[in-house]
Design a binder for this molecule. Structure first.
Ligand code: MOS
Length: 732
């Protein structure tokens, strides 16, 4: 029976829950010593002097590395080569910037010595608020890797806005947020001559290999990156951040393997964040409820440009989600004294759709129209931005099935019209979407003398189920049970695969595993056809199949092990590299969803409690019903965090993050998470990629924040246009 689609348990689940899965910091590398980071305590300025004598004099201290004595790195190629956090100069660009690395024989001694590093600064005044310098916004140089213009326009939205029967002209704000995966960033680095090995927590071993090679000016072949397990990433492990480089630098200096684990507090300035956005929307519709104008001007918080560039593509969905002839989208960056922002689960879409889907709700209210009906009336049958048909789009079914399961038809239109005892009840909804990405990938299959298969690909499993789903793809293609497949990943010696980001792992690596296993199947069947003792020479491959490590034909069967033994083969290997065809040129490819939320508001206290969440999703073909469900409900919970809890607070004077811990940085806990229902609207199309999976990691959170905000309006009549929505927003 085919395993794809089945709700099978994670193949690495037992290893994880029994603590036997080894994460980066847990590898027992003999002779390892410990490095800790020292970070700046001012927001802008220059280091005038560093006193490291006290730290160096401590027992067990092996090195105190500062910008004064750090080796100059070649820093060749690529982004993320910011100099200051790599101890390459004395500039302070943000509060919490790395300014020293202390290495000692134990972690305690390294921490103790680090507390003795004394720094004299020249203090400059940091820019701590993007809102204060919005007028200095600039156009991103490298928007979406330079593949898309930062601004787009069709028709004349400004002219059409003025003519609209209903108008929304409003500003929406989303805060700085941090990923806070359970596993912190961690690296063990070891040099063997000019060969560097790093065990590091990363969503991209190949990019880590390339980045480290470029930074140290060595051949990527001399860098091996190992990362079999990742304790969550959500985007903050998608780039190679300075702590990994500093661990390798320290290892070189002390001539021993070095372990560097970033503390939870240091995580807030070491590896990016979802930047604050200010989004100005001007939408209009005609009296019949058709959108006539959409303008979405997005401003995103940035670091100083010296650290790199990251722009949230907040207008991505505005360009394509609805049928509208006049649409303008702009993206601008606002430099502040903060660390470099980065991708965070559903980058662009999560922040952008809060604004987009709130404004759509506001227009529906202005037109006295049901918000779902309004969306259906403006349903886009083609992608008008790219002027292409969708490879597939089951959004209408998502709306229908989600609404049905939620009971949307029982909603009363007016705000403050639904009650449950003393609570105001609000029902809100919003649309989700996320692009379907695919990148080149490769995989190798090895079938050994016992007929079982080992498959290797240099991909990652960031908790999403890569081990499991790839094993299923291989099992079905090779006619084996999943437990006969061993799938290995997380080693840059394996065939190359892309970063585990952008919800693209199954769509990218899956086809490589499929192709390598198909090539293996052909080899095994050919082996049977050419075996003289079987006498099957007159048959062709189609007459044979693989089942339970056995070649089965019309005239009998032979085990793969026996076949290989007879032909004197100890093993057979196949490797395949695959990439997308021209489908992205011909089709717009996206996943879709519809989110429905019920909240209760205590009218006296302003407290918001989420009652129910229903999401219905078209993410293509289901690969594993269990890991898919887990991703869907996890994404909805992530969205609830965005809606009601998460916000990084920055001190306006110093630029210091004041809630750099997971007690004060609020995340949803079990008591905050209601009844969550995820409905899969299966849509098995093979246009986007040969497996038909459209990507599911980010989609389920995209519409949640707007659905909550829309429910808050429905409950209270108060429109909250900034996240997270707080009690004080409702006590007006
Ligand atoms: Mo994701 S934010 O592309 O890891």
């Amino acid at each position: 029976m085919a395993s794809i689609g089945q709700p099978i348990d994670r193949v690495d689940g037992r290893l994880k829950v029994t603590g036997r899965a080894k994460y980066a910091a847990e590898f027992a590398v003999p002779g390892v010593v410990h490095a800790v980071l020292v970070q700046s305590t001012i927001g802008a300025g220059v280091i005038m002097s560093l006193d490291t004598a006290g730290a160096k004099a401590m027992p067990g201290v092996l090195a105190v590395i500062t910008p004064e004595n750090a080796p100059k790195l070649p820093l060749k190629g690529g982004a993320q080569m910011a100099r200051a956090p790599l101890l390459q100069d004395m500039n302070i660009l943000f509060n919490g910037q790395h300014i020293a690395v202390v290495v000692a024989d134990t972690l305690e001694r390294a921490n103790d010595a680090a507390s003795l590093v004394r720094v004299q600064y020249r203090h400059d005044e940091p820019i701590t608020s993007m809102d204060a310098v919005l007028d200095q916004a600039y156009i991103p140089k490298n928007f979406r890797n330079g593949e898309h213009p930062a601004d787009s326009m069709r028709g004349n939205p400004d002219l059409s806005f003025s003519a609209g029967a209903a108008q929304v002209d409003a500003t929406y704000v989303t805060p700085m947020e941090h990923h806070n995966p359970m596993e912190p960033h961690a690296t063990i680095a070891r040099w063997d001559g000019d060969q560097l090995t790093v065990w590091t927590a990363t969503q991209g071993i190949s990019s880590a290999q390339a980045t480290l090679a470029g930074q140290f000016g060595i051949d990527p072949k001399n860098v091996r990156v190992i990362c079999p397990y990742v304790g969550g990433g959500f985007g903050c492990k998608g780039s190679t951040w300075p702590p990994a480089t500093l661990a390798a630098m320290a290892a070189k200096i002390v001539g021993k393997p070095v372990r560097l684990v970033v503390t939870r507090a240091q995580m807030f300035t070491s590896n990016g964040y979802r930047p604050r956005t200010v989004q100005k929307l001007r939408f209009a519709a005609d009296a019949q409820g058709h959108l006539v104008a959409m303008r979405h001007d997005g401003f995103t918080q940035m670091s100083l440009p010296a650290l790199g560039e990251f722009a949230e593509p907040v207008g991505l969905a505005t360009e394509m989600l609805y049928d509208c002839p006049n649409v303008a989208v702009t993206h601008r960056l606002v430099a502040t004294n903060a660390s470099l922002p980065t991708y965070m689960r559903a980058p662009g879409l999560a922040s952008g759709n809060f604004a987009l889907e709130s404004a759509i709700d506001e227009l529906a209210v202005a037109l006295h129209m049901d918000p779902l009906e309004f969306r259906l009336r403006n349903y886009a049958e083609i992608d008008q931005h790219e002027n292409k048909p969708y490879a597939s789009k089951a959004l209408r079914a998502c709306y229908q099935q989600g609404a049905e399961a939620f009971g949307w038809s029982r909603r009363s239109h007016e705000p403050r019209s639904m009650h449950d005892g003393k609570y105001l009840v609000g029902w809100g909804m919003a649309t989700s979407t996320y692009p379907t990405h695919r990148m080149p990938a490769s995989a190798k299959v090895h079938v050994g003398a016992n007929g079982t298969a080992l498959i290797q690909s240099g991909t990652q499993d960031i908790g999403t189920g890569t081990y499991t789903v790839m094993s299923q793809i291989a099992a079905d293609t090779l006619g084996m049970k999943v437990d006969r497949i061993q799938f290995e990943l997380g080693d840059s010696n394996f065939p190359r695969a892309p970063v585990s980001g952008g919800s693209m792992t199954v769509a990218s690596v899956g086809p490589a595993v499929l192709a390598a296993c198909e090539a293996m199947r052909e080899k095994l069947l050919d082996l049977a056809l050419s075996d003289r003792r079987l006498g099957w020479q007159d048959l062709n491959r189609d007459a044979l199949r693989l089942q339970d490590q056995t070649v089965v034909g019309p005239r009998g069967r032979v085990s793969v092990a026996e076949l290989m033994a007879r032909q004197g083969q100890d093993f057979i290997e196949t490797t395949s590299s695959v990439k997308a065809g021209d489908e992205a040129k011909r089709y717009a490819m996206h996943s879709f969803g519809a989110q429905f939320v019920e909240i209760r508001v205590d009218a006296d206290l302003g407290e918001i409690r989420v009652g129910r969440c229903v999401g219905a999703f078209d993410a293509g073909r289901v690969m594993n019903a269990k890991t898919e469900h887990s991703q869907l409900i996890g994404g909805i919970v992530f969205g609830l965090g965005m809606a009601l809890f998460e916000e990084t607070h920055v001190d306006g004077e110093t630029g210091r993050i004041v809630n750099a811990n997971v007690a004060d940085y609020l995340l949803p806990v079990n008591a905050d998470v209601p009844d969550v229902t995820a409905i899969v609207v299966e849509n098995d199309e093979r246009t986007s990629n040969p497996l038909g999976a459209k990507g599911i990691g980010e989609l389920p959170m995209v519409g949640v924040a707007a659905a909550v905000a829309n429910a808050v309006y429905h409950a209270t009549g108060i429109r909250v246009r900034k996240l997270p929505i707080r009690i004080e927003d409702l006590l007006v």
